[in-house]
Ligand binder design. Structure first.
Ligand code: SF4
Length: 366
């Protein structure tokens, strides 16, 4: 018998059910499972807060749902706008803490019109991976987010947008290691993609991971989303120094798994993005760039260079722009697609590796 996730109220967390689970749940409370689609749509597209607002089911169904389930919404704890247009949303969660989502308008046009609105979504409160350059890792793992909280970040940020705007891309790069919260991630990904829910193409969803290999293989077989790997090093020793996960899954095994992934039918025609946080004097030399081309030569890939965002809690330095540019030029000259990530939201601690610093922000939430 399926055990349905519950909220602190003891009632079922209906937004943590995918469509097929919802059908099963309805059957268990004597509502025909064929009504699942209408209820799913009302919850995710009409944003109902009470079951009585669903006018496509009977009053008797409303009562059964009210007695057994709740519609959970994240509690907004603050909104911080950056001078560059980025917005950081803080959400208070019943597990006891605050999590963050970052909305990033991006433009390829000279007039600055935002043609992409990317939401960086959290999957956990804190993180167990403890990558040494990342402030979220300092928190340790405080809790896994529910599927309703992961997909809910997209739904609730969307509700703050103007009618002619919509979130175009989702990156699972906020707080946490998404694959460490596998079951809830997968339910949330189904909700993001479903036509009667958040309607985001899987091609517009990217899951970023340090490389929890069994879960990575499982996900890429199950759902055709884009994959990004937080790489940050070119040798075993170097990666172990900043990413403790390398002690469990070696760099060699990670690269071999990536080769396997790119051959899966689900991933055909796609490239894995390798994220490379550049730290001065650690991994920013041209020897590193050369090794990078050697270790990635068998993997259809893109490289995203992320110059380290300096902060008072670390003595890691950001390389000079010329160094980053030289690194990129080396890779591009050898045929790699390589971009440099623009730092966004640095004034609101929303840039890469800074999430979780909410309590140290001096501005007051609006
Ligand atoms: S970089 Fe990602 S996986 Fe590593 S500690 Fe930070 S949030 Fe966790």
């Amino acid at each position: 018998m399926t055990v349905f996730p519950t909220l602190p109220s003891g009632k079922v967390d209906i937004k943590s059910l995918d469509l097929s689970m919802l059908g099963e749940f309805l059957s268990s409370i004597d509502i025909p499972s064929e009504k699942a689609l209408r209820i799913y749509q009302a919850i995710w597209q009409k944003h109902i807060r009470n079951f009585s607002e669903i006018n496509t089911i009977s009053k008797q169904d409303h009562r059964k749902l009210e007695q057994t389930a709740d519609i959970y919404f994240l509690e907004r704890h603050g909104l911080f706008p950056s001078i560059d247009g980025t917005q950081k949303f803080l959400w208070k969660i019943p597990q006891g803490g605050v999590i963050e989502s970052v909305l990033i308008p991006e433009s390829d046009r000279p007039n600055g019109y935002a043609d992409r609105l990317t939401l960086c979504v959290s999957s956990q409160w804190g993180c167990a991976m403890r990558c040494s350059f990342c402030l979220t890792g300092d928190l340790g793992l405080k809790g896994h987010l529910w599927a309703s909280q992961i997909a809910g970040q997209i739904q609730q940020v969307s509700q703050t947008l103007q009618s002619n705007q919509r979130i175009t891309n989702v990156v699972m790069m906020g707080m946490g290691e998404p694959l460490h919260n596998y079951d809830q991630l997968v339910i949330a990904l189904r909700t993001m993609n479903h036509n009667c829910a958040l309607r985001l193409s899987n091609r517009k969803i990217t899951v970023s991971s340090v490389g929890l290999l069994p879960a990575l293989l499982r996900l890429t077989r199950e759902i055709p989303v884009n994959i990004a790997i937080s790489l940050n090093a070119t040798t075993e020793e170097q990666r172990r120094a900043v990413m403790p996960i390398t002690k469990k899954y070696s760099l060699r095994d990670l690269l071999d798994t990536c080769v396997t992934i790119t051959k899966l039918p689900n991933q055909r025609g796609r490239r894995i993005t390798f994220e490379y946080v550049m730290m001065k004097g650690f991994n920013d030399s041209l020897e590193d760039a050369k090794r990078l081309t050697e270790i990635l030569k068998d993997i259809p890939s893109k490289i995203n260079l992320i110059p380290y965002n300096e902060n008072p809690d670390r003595d890691i330095l950001r390389p000079a722009f010329e160094q980053v540019k030289a690194f990129q030029t080396y890779l591009v000259s050898r045929g790699w697609y390589c971009s440099i990530r623009t730092t966004r939201g640095i004034d609101i601690s929303a840039a890469c590796g800074q999430l979780g610093k909410a309590f140290q922000i001096i501005k007051q939430p609006t």
